[in-house]
Design a protein around this ligand. Structure first.
Ligand code: NAG
Ligand code: NAG
Ligand code: NAG
Ligand code: NAG
Length: 413
């Protein structure tokens, strides 16, 4: 195999330099804006968002991928029930996140957002209380624009402080903040206003910047949010899923505890991919330290879907305390190796076959950061077995089409 990681490095440098020039104007105005924001209170200078959240990538569920606008308080409560009854909550899936379409089109006469009477008649405080009583957390959605993407409810642009206070008063724990209908105002101007508003609202609220990767939010999002989308929306297809993973990988160096790259929510269980493809989806999200937000109907999980999303060994890779996002370290045609360090001098490795035929793929110690002559123990996280032989110099496996292997490698001598 030819190694492309070396050849790739200069391209990335050129890209970043070119991008820095393009961003100069934006950065200057954003910087003066941030200085202005930082000087108006005791807020942290380096990082506007000091909420202590997202030490590991968030885990939970979001309504959009399966339900889009067809949401109501009954199904949100049933989903909270299901998170507990399926055992998912014990594995770390804690957020119940309501996406677009939860509010009336008009604010009330005081300018407050109003939950949609026909679908959320009990209101958001009651729903938050219900979710909290189950030991879970609740997330909500707004938009750094005049309307949300559905255009069925207002966005928060110009109402940031009022809406942040409303969310805090309801007991909201997580805000997904979208990018539609934004009046062509730069995101580096719009997003910090909500960050500051949340910091003033008196409740730690995870802030998920949903800027779609338009202006490379990995380069500025860490000061403003706990995660930032690096891509446009995912859909339930192999091409969409794998291309989100690729786009997200470019920014691997910017992820860290407290701030994560977000290639969008999971489609596992929605029916558009094969079992192997969903295993690739879950494996890549896990090693990429992506948010693990389930996007299917949890009230009737199939055995197959449940087996994928409850794999505790794979979840542990995602939640590893080191918090380092894996990278694509070797690629030849359709065959790829993705790898990233874990705590305890271990390495997580995905052998990924994107092509139409079964093929052998090798992880070379050289590529994945293991010293050359190390003797290595390999744990297969989907087979749940520790391989009987140990390995020197490389680990090679045969991988089916649109499938992957996921190992933890541990040097033992
Ligand atoms: C909400 O809807 C119910 C009927 O579903 C109606 O009786 C009630 O007046 C509505 N409340 C508001 C504030 O519109
Ligand atoms: C899903 O995304 C892929 C790739 O991004 C695109 O080609 C396809 O048209 C999309 N499918 C749907 C149903 O939107
Ligand atoms: C899943 O469960 C919900 C609620 O029980 C039900 O409305 C829905 O039709 C079910 N879907 C399938 C595919 O069985
Ligand atoms: C893997 O390493 C072994 C030595 O342990 C060597 O014989 C073999 O050729 C290597 N295979 C690949 C594909 O690099």
């Amino acid at each position: 195999m030819e190694c492309r990681s070396y050849c790739k490095a200069p391209a990335v440098v050129v890209f970043v330099l070119a991008f820095s020039l393009v961003m100069l104007e934006t950065t200057v105005s954003a910087t003066s804006r941030m200085t202005e924001i930082a000087s108006d209170g005791d807020l942290l200078r380096r990082n506007l968002l000091a909420n202590g959240l997202g030490v590991t990538p968030p885990m939970g569920w979001n309504s959009w991928n399966h339900f889009a606008c067809n949401i109501n308080e009954k199904m949100i409560r049933e989903t909270a029930d299901a998170l507990v009854s399926t055992g998912l909550s014990k594995l770390g899936y804690e957020y119940v996140n309501i996406d677009d379409c939860w509010a009336e089109i008009a604010r009330d006469d005081k300018g407050n957002l109003v939950p949609k009477n026909s679908t959320f008649p009990s209101g958001m405080k009651a729903l938050a209380d219900y979710v909290h009583a189950k030991g879970l957390k609740i997330g909500i959605y707004s938009d750094a624009g005049y309307f949300t993407c559905s255009k069925t409810m207002p966005g928060s642009l110009g109402h940031e402080e009022q809406d942040a206070k409303t969310f805090a008063a309801w007991g909201i724990d997580y805000l997904k903040y979208d990018n539609c209908n934004n009046g062509n105002i730069k995101p580096t101007i719009r997003y910090p206003v909500m960050t500051r508003a949340l910091m003033k609202a008196g409740r730690p609220i995870f802030l998920s910047l949903c800027e779609w990767g338009d202006l490379h939010p990995a380069l500025w999002g860490d000061k403003l949010g706990n995660s930032w989308r690096t891509t446009n929306d995912i859909n339930d297809s192999w091409e969409s899923m794998i291309s989100r993973a690729d786009l997200n990988e470019i920014y691997a160096d910017y992820a860290r505890p407290g701030g994560w790259n977000d290639p969008d929510m999971l489609e596992v269980g929605n029916g558009g991919m094969t079992k192997d493809e969903y295993i690739v989806h879950f494996s890549l999200w896990a090693i990429s330290k992506a948010p693990l937000l389930l996007g299917c109907d949890l009230r009737n999980l199939t055995k197959e879907t449940k087996a994928i999303v409850t794999n505790t060994e794979v979840i542990a890779v995602n939640q590893d305390p080191l918090g380092v996002q894996a990278k694509k370290v070797r690629s030849e045609g359709d065959l790829e190796v993705w790898a990233g360090p874990l705590s305890g001098y271990r390495v997580a490795v995905v052998l990924l076959n994107r092509g139409p035929w079964r093929n052998a793929i090798s992880a070379q110690w050289d590529d994945i950061g293991i010293p050359p002559n190390s003797n290595v123990e390999a744990r297969d996280l989907w087979e749940h077995t520790t391989l009987k032989t140990t390995f020197v110099a490389n680990l090679t496996a045969t991988v089916d089409s649109h499938a992957c292997k996921l190992y933890i490698l541990k040097p033992i001598s």
